[in-house]
Design a protein around this ligand. Sequence first.
Ligand code: ADP
Length: 153
Amino acid sequence: MKICVFPGSFDPITKGHVDLVKRAYPLFDKIYVAVGENSVKKTLFTLEQRMTWLTQVFEGDDKVSVGTFNGLTVNYCKEVGARYLLRGLRNASDFDYEKTISQLNNIIGKNIETVFLISRPEYSHFSSTIVREIIKGKGDYKPFLPDNIEIQY
Ligand code: ADP
């Protein structure tokens, strides 16, 4: 069984995240989309809200399970039996950041491999950070979020 974890803040989940998971389908038997609870990062949406959206987006999808974890991503991987991590690359700054994390995880996770997918061009400018700014400004978030997500202003 090839099991992977797709970790993130998902604050909120965007079409870019969903596209990445869909493109990873042929590569894995099971994909855990997991919200890492980060004590330092201040999020716009509560963990509960982010989890509700993840559950909604991947409902009825046998290959995907949603979850949360505290602490190290590699410990969560061990818990669910995953030997692979999934991450997306949109640009060179993603690469610089991800390279270090992936090398560290490979050491502390005892050979856990991170699989990177380059974002589709139509999503490479999508980020949760930008979407949060749009939402804070009460702008039109619809082009960026999965179709079934509604936010009341
Ligand atoms: P984190 O806080 O760990 O960066 P995010 O929720 O922002 O979590 O992102 C999780 C993963 O999804 C990261 O690997 C990021 O590169 C990837 N990702 C985010 N947006 C996109 C996108 N538009 N296209 C492809 N990958 C993306």
